[in-house]
Design a protein around this ligand. Structure first.
Ligand code: F6R
Length: 612
């Protein structure tokens, strides 16, 4: 995910910007750049590659300017290349912008600006921003710094999507303007100097006083002042937040563990993954795939192949592909698929899901499928990873780096991307258009619903405290609820070392119910409307045998005798696994904490399984 930093003060900006960018490297990026404002001119230098390589270009320039903005870019629109790197300047080099987020309506904004004589050098969505600011500034007649602010505000009013931006103007060499919506941005307050960055750790070595901007709040920074404005440009006061983190918790952005941080990053990861594949006007695009109706119509069978959590994401995609696209789909674990001589021909599409892109079994399965003549599509979170170099087609989740061994945000991003991909296929094939409209709307609402879900987890934490000494935990579900059961069970066993298993609820009577005794903990997800009665009956069967029950549901269940019930927001039925897993991730996390275990590095497990 892209990262932003900025500095305004008395010191040379260049080394401070490079230091900030280095601290943001963990977010993942493919290019970097900066703008220094000196002698009322921009020095904008950018480069594909690492921050170290950017420094090799900037250092010899002897940049003396004391105000600047800088950026690490993770390519979304346009390939990784110096021309697509940020900052982006307007045609007349009056405004320079760094941006994190995605401008969904950039095509129409490019058209609008093009009609007014603006030209574009890059393939990015961002380049519309400095040009829009220039357009509105030239159109207005306020040439004060407030006129600059008004132009930034007007430009942001035209933007659909997400953004955190830092803007410099050669006409106002003593100020920097920032604003955000749905992308992170903080302001660090120093003594005679101020900072901006995508997260607090970038400048924790310089200040402990931070202002946290809300959506559509603007700020004008000078070296000695920070003025805040609301979305109507009415001046507002903001409280400074004192940060007392040590170096290690700074890396985790204040969270106790990477896993908790990554759980809380899910709304952003989902939002970034939706990106430009699904715009708020409902249009779908996968430029990287370019599949035609003729191409998709020839596909008779889809295999989804992956390992562990990634395979669980595939289970939800199977339901969607079969119900919405009406294509026969099988999900398999890569270590089985590669040795079972699967029935493949040129009309088979094989989708390989792998967060790291380095999982040995998944790569081997892809090579086998390719050798047998299948069409191969890889879904990865890591640009340029091994699998992406082998597959015929590649598309990416944008979850940002996942450090904790137990996968969380990669999983929910995978289902999000798969859902959009399924809709794209269905639209091309002309299938089930009535389902698509609701799904599109619901996907766009998902980040906010995930945020709502994450706003208070005290109940689940308390419940984890009650049950952490359980010896066995069983997870039940039917239909899509089974997918959350099996993933919830995996999360619990890998970080708490408690024996846990997931069963289809309907299979209980065929054996597993023999394991239920007094106080056995049974966890269920109850979201599939058509199967609700049956699933509730199954839970009653275990309650009768003395089980304690934790139920995650989006339904209003008036009278229940469950030990604990966690309510999640409602969404389109195909998307519920994205929300219903979140309480189960948190549950596993707190059980592990109660047991005093290393949540991020569970025993015997590695983040990337590069051997068979
Ligand atoms: C579990 C987990 C693993 C991975 C699996 C595949 O929390 O993270 O099950 O999902 O090892 O890894 P990738 O997606 O990198 O291929």
């Amino acid at each position: 995910m892209c990262g932003i930093v900025g500095y305004i003060g008395n010191k040379k900006a260049e080394p401070i910007l490079l230091e900030g960018l280095t601290k943001l490297e963990y977010r993942g990026y493919d290019s970097a750049g900066l703008t220094i404002l000196e002698n009322e001119n921009f020095k904008t230098l950018k480069n594909k590659g690492r921050v170290k390589e950017l420094a090799q270009i900037t250092n010899p320039e002897n940049l003396a300017g004391t105000i600047g903005i800088a950026h690490t870019r993770w390519a979304t629109h346009g390939k990784p290349a110096s021309v697509n790197s940020h900052p982006h300047n307007d045609n007349s080099n009056h405004f320079s912008v760094v941006h994190n987020g995605i401008i969904e309506n950039y095509h129409e904004l490019r058209k609008f600006l093009g009609e007014h004589g603006y030209r574009f050098l890059s393939e990015t969505d961002t380049e519309v921003i400095p040009n829009l600011i220039h357009y509105y500034f030239s159109e207005g007649n306020d040439v004060s710094k407030f006129g600059f602010l008004k132009a930034v505000k007007k430009a942001t009013e035209d933007l659909t999507g997400s953004f955190a931006i830092g803007v410099l103007s050669v006409d106002f060499p003593d100020v920097m303007i920032v604003v955000r919506k749905d992308s992170p941005l903080v302001i660090g307050k120093g003594d005679g100097e101020n900072f901006i960055s995508s997260d607090i750790p970038a400048y924790l070595g310089f200040t402990r006083d931070f202002y946290l901007l809300k959506d559509y709040e603007f700020a004008i920074l000078s070296k000695n002042t920070i003025e805040f404005y609301d979305n109507k440009l009415k001046p507002i006061q903001k409280e400074v937040t004192k940060i007392n983190w040590d170096a290690t918790s700074a890396e985790k952005n204040g969270y106790e563990d990477f896993m908790l941080k990554e759980i809380y990053e899910q709304p952003t990861a989902i939002r970034e993954t939706i990106g430009n594949h699904l715009c708020s006007d409902g249009s779908l695009q996968f430029d990287e795939l370019n599949f035609s109706k003729e191409f998709l119509s020839q596909i008779q069978k889809i295999y989804i192949v992956a390992c562990g959590t990634a395979m669980h994401a595939g289970l939800s995609a199977k339901t969607m592909l079969e119900n919405i696209c009406e294509i026969n789909t099988e999900v398999d674990v890569a270590s089985e698929f590669r040795y079972r001589n699967p029935l493949i021909n040129k009309n088979t599409l094989c989708i390989f899901i792998t967060q790291s892109g380095e999982t040995a079994d998944t790569i081997a399965a892809l090579k086998l499928a390719k050798a047998k003549g299948a069409i191969t599509l890889a879904i990865s979170n890591v640009e340029g990873s091994s699998i992406t170099r082998e597959a015929d087609f590649v598309t990416y989740t944008h979850a940002g780096p996942e450090i904790a061994v137990a996968s969380t945000k990669a999983y929910t991003s995978q289902i999000t991307l798969l859902a959009i991909l399924v809709m794209h296929f269905a639209e091309i094939l002309g299938k089930n258009s009535e389902i698509l409209a609701d799904m599109k709307k619901s996907i766009l609402e998902l980040p906010a619903k995930a945020e709502q879900l994450l706003s208070d987890f005290s109940e689940i934490k308390d419940f984890a405290h009650e049950v952490y000494s359980s010896k066995d935990v069983f997870f039940l579900g039917r239909g899509l609820d089974y997918n959350s059961a099996v993933e919830g069970s995996l999360k619990l066993k890998e970080i708490s070392y408690i024996h846990s298993e997931a069963f289809y609820s309907g299979e209980l009577k065929h054996g597993p119910i023999a394991l239920i005794e007094k106080d056995t903990l049974v966890v269920s997800t109850l979201t599939v409307e058509d199967l609700l009665e049956k699933s509730i009956s199954n839970i009653q069967e275990v309650i009768t045998r003395g089980a304690k029950t934790l139920v995650v549901t989006d339904k209003e269940l008036a009278h229940s005798n469950f030990t604990k019930m966690i309510k999640i927001p409602e969404t389109n039925k195909f998307l519920t696994p994205i929300l219903s897993i979140i309480p189960l991730q948190i549950f596993a996390y707190y059980i592990s904490k109660e047991k005093g275990l290393d949540v991020d590095k569970p025993r015997n497990l590695a983040k990337s399984v590069t051997v068979e």
